[in-house]
Write a protein that binds this ligand. Structure first.
Ligand code: ARG
Ligand code: ZN
Length: 835
């Protein structure tokens, strides 16, 4: 059934307290629940429940026999004491047989939970909706040495432990962990002087890979105090690393559970990118304590209320810890690759969706990353100071509540006196706006005319103009910036007049001030001018990007671009990390998007060949400057994931990628692989060798060296999936270390192939599509959430050549007509086919 935002009603019954007792056993765990209900809107009692064996139930101690169905149970209002009652029940569940990794499951001998969004209903019967908040006390009985739940431990003995969380929370924030775990501990003193114990729990042997996560946690705690005035609110904060996990991590109150990929790192096993990922996910989950947990969502349509805001917060944190311009470039690159792609196809949906079948299908780039952009725009429009005032009001007014996007915007209206009704369209209208700019210089005034168009998306044929904040700067012929400002394009057509005596070069949408496609018909030479002189680093990078894209689309001249990139590379005043980004060529997915946006048919083979050619042109242009530039990035001293070293490595490895295109270059790549003393350099060299079909020995060596270290073996699968043939990938699927029970491994092979190997995925005989469909069907029977997520690899199918579209249509139909298909995957396939 479709759930609609418009149908929201308050809960019939609310909950004061929850007492849970778990008697853990792999295939027959017993959960005893004692729940204190109080009247809400009134009516029958509905409790969600899935895959539960109900052993007994009582109301105020008197046994009851409720009507039990596949989705839950109900008790008629007439059988319920009007003023409230105590519900008790015992359910039996099967953690070992739980391959969905939602609810309580076993991962390599360790019990753990994932309850967001609707996993708690697989543990016991409960009103499993975020606007029902309660205080939890939990008793765990098991022989396992470590027994954890939310909040503070209030008692323990041999074979049991009890936990109490004083903060009311929705069921999706419940967590339980039990296993033979080891901890790394530390402490943090809050600015008001309270000492918080910190613990990271891992499997024995992994303790020495937790230091970076712990350090990131302490920096996150400090940052939230300094920048948002938010202190931690319990005496204990715990993180657990799990190998089998559907998502990246989960912000359960006081007991965050993480995919081990975002906790464990050492220089030998983790890349610079992995370290940065750990820092940002640790921050993200920690920041949820205020934006998500203390203030939560009324219903799942409001998901971006916590996710968009928390992503925005973690982006700002990373910008403060590292280089702000480089972080912005990375984020926009990610936004364009994933969110613009989503917005352009059959899966497009608003930041606040208005209906869904399965909410897990809406943990998307739009809700997360576009949601963060919307908050960035809001801050841009009201100003940093007003943003801070509004946020303080938000925390003050809504602490302890389950809120809506309306509540959020109301806070900004009250704090600033602005009318944000038009701004709200950013939450309601799907699709990436196109902003066309025309420029006219009349001798005294430079006039810009902005025309916006929000494309039609599924279910939304007509759109209204939105307020698009455009940060701008005007450059003169010598590259000097003589004027700048903020223009808000808030109607179908708006104009901006800049008084000046000569035609300027306009730098528009600085810092990517709005998530739109900007179409600026620049004069010949303007882009190259901005690549050389723009004072906004983001736009400087983007000018290079646009130059490259022009050549990529038309197979045209690369001279201006090569010249400009060469000058940036040799500018020692520029951050190596920034230079590395200027050096990188748009990926095949991004080129495919630009092709479709220009109204042309996407032929992945043509795109692949063009991109290769453009990179070759650059390598040829830079020729013997490449090696000395690379040598200049040598790093002295021990490995550090912070400071300037990662940027230098990124630049050196980017250059190595171009050197590999020259004669004898692969020998240098092989030497780099042999010499590498950290995972960043090792994986970069391995990737280059494999991309050129010269990775056989290196791959064997890498596999041997890292056997048993699963996060590294994932990389080994991933590289081959991106550059191998279908036959190679089929062989890997038969490899003893391939397992569909660990989402990371499945993604390393299947998602890397479907998203990262366009040539083979789009093979003209349809073998790539068939392989993906086969594995989606296999995965769907085990883990619907992961299968449904992977099906998004088909989301651009309407843009490719007709023969390929027909082949994909056949596979989508085959999946759709499978005898049993999860709600998750059937919703996704339905949307894909309709689009
Ligand atoms: N709230 C978690 C986070 O963003 C992610 C939970 C993912 N759950 C899901 N059903 N996809 O940090
Ligand atoms: Zn989140």
């Amino acid at each position: 059934p479709t759930i609609r935002l418009a149908d929201y009603t308050r809960p019939a019954w609310e909950v004061d307290t929850v007492h849970l007792t778990f008697r853990l056993s792999p295939d027959a765990t017993e959960v005893r629940a004692r729940i204190r209900f109080k009247p809400g809107r009134g009516g029958d009692l509905w409790l969600d429940g899935q895959a539960l064996d109900l052993l007994e139930a009582a109301i105020d101690g008197k046994p009851v026999a409720p009507a039990v169905g596949k989705q839950g149970l109900s008790v008629p209002a007439a059988d319920l004491p009007k003023d409230g009652f105590e519900w008790t029940c015992t359910t039996r569940i099967d953690p070992e047989g739980n391959t969905s990794l939602e609810g309580l499951y076993l991962s390599q001998g360790m019990y753990c939970t994932q309850c967001e969004a609707e996993g708690f209903r697989r543990i016991t019967y409960f009103p499993d909706r975020p606007d029902v908040m309660a205080i939890y006390t939990v008793r765990i009985e098991s022989d396992l040495p470590v027994l954890l739940s939310n909040g503070n431990r209030i008692g323990s003995g041999p074979g049991w432990a009890e936990w109490h969380d004083p903060w009311p929370k929705p069921a999706y924030l419940f967590a339980l962990v039990a296993g033979d775990l080891k901890s790394v501990t530390d402490s943090f003193t809050t600015r008001s002087g309270r000492k918080v114990d910190l613990a990271i729990w891992v499997r024995d042997g992994d303790q020495d890979r937790c230091a970076y996560a712990m350090d990131s946690l302490k920096r996150s705690m400090r940052w939230d105090e300094e920048v948002y005035g938010r202190e931690y609110d319990l005496d204990l904060f715990q993180i657990v690393a799990v190998d089998d996990f559907n998502a990246g991590a989960m912000e359960n109150k006081g007991l965050n559970i993480f995919n081990s990929k975002y906790v464990l790192a050492s220089p030998e096993t983790a890349t610079d990118g992995d370290f940065e990922g750990i820092e940002s996910v640790i921050a993200h989950e920690y920041f949820h304590n205020w934006t998500g947990n203390r203030i939560t969502c009324r219903d799942w349509f409001q998901l971006s209320l916590k996710e968009g805001l928390t992503v925005f917060r973690d982006q700002c944190f990373t910008a403060d810890m590292r280089s702000a311009p480089v972080k912005r470039i990375q984020d926009v690159q990610g936004l364009r690759a994933a969110q613009f792609r989503e917005d352009a196809g059959p899966l497009a949906h608003p930041v606040r969706p208005e209906e869904y079948v399965e909410i897990n299908n809406f943990y998307t780039a739009t809700v997360y990353e576009k949601g963060a952009e919307v908050i960035r725009m809001l801050r841009e429009i009201v100003g940093a100071e007003a943003y801070e005032t509004a946020l303080n009001l938000y925390f003050e007014r809504h602490d302890g509540q389950a809120c809506t996007i309306e509540d959020w915007l109301q806070v900004f209206e009250d704090a600033t006196g602005r009318d944000l009704s038009q701004f709200k369209l950013w939450y309601r209208q799907a699709g990436t706006p196109q902003l066309d700019v025309e420029e006219q210089f009349d001798g005294t005034v430079h006039r810009l005319t902005f025309r916006q168009n929000v494309p039609a998306t599924p279910g939304q044929p007509n759109k209204q103009p939105m307020p698009i904040p455009v940060r701008w700067g005007a450059l003169d012929a010598s590259g000097h910036e003589f004027a700048n400002g903020l223009h808000i394009a808030d109607a179908a057509v708006t104009t901006l007049d800049i008084p000046c005596s000569a035609r300027p070069v306009m730098s528009l949408l600085r810092g990517f001030s709005a998530p739109v496609h900007l179409k600026q018909a620049e004069q010949v030479g303007d882009r190259a001018h901005r690549l050389a002189h723009d004072t906004d680093p983001f736009n400087r990078w983007d000018a290079g990007r646009a130059l490259a894209m022009e050549a990529l689309l038309d197979g045209g001249d690369t001279q201006d671009w090569c010249d400009g990139v060469g000058r940036v590379l040799e500018d020692e005043a520029l951050d190596p990390a920034f230079r590395a980004m200027v050096l990188s060529v748009p990926g095949e997915g991004e080129i495919a998007q630009a092709t479709a946006l220009a109204g042309r048919v996407v032929d992945p083979d043509v795109i692949h060949a063009r991109r290769k050619q453009v990179r070759q042109n650059l390598a040829h242009h830079l020729s013997d400057r490449l090696a000395p530039l690379r040598d200049a990035q040598q790093i002295d001293g021990p490995y550090s994931p912070d400071g300037s070293a990662p940027g230098k490595r990124a630049l050196a490895n980017g250059l190595l990628g171009l050197i590999a295109l020259q004669s004898d270059g692969l020998n240098l790549a092989q030497a780099a692989f042999d010499r590498a003393d950290n995972m960043t350099d090792s994986l970069a060299a391995l990737t280059i060798l494999t991309a050129h079909g010269a990775g056989k020995n290196a791959l064997a060596h890498f596999h041997h060296r890292w056997s048993g270290v699963s996060l590294v073996i994932d990389k080994w699968f991933g590289v081959q999936a991106r550059f191998g043939s279908i036959a190679d990938i089929e062989a890997l699927l038969d490899h003893t270390e391939f397992t569909w029970r660990t989402p990371n491994r499945f993604r390393a092979l299947i998602a890397s192939f479907a998203f990262g190997n366009p040539t083979e995925f789009h093979r003209k005989d349809g073998a790539g599509y068939q392989l993906l469909a086969d594995w989606l069907l296999r995965m769907d029977a085990l883990n619907p959430m992961v299968a449904a997520r992977t099906s998004t690899a088909f989301d651009s199918w309407r843009t490719v050549t007709e023969d390929r579209q027909a082949l994909i249509a056949t596979q989508l139909e085959r999946i759709a007509s499978a005898p049993t298909l999860s709600k998750d995957t059937s919703e996704m396939i339905g949307r894909l086919r309709a689009g």
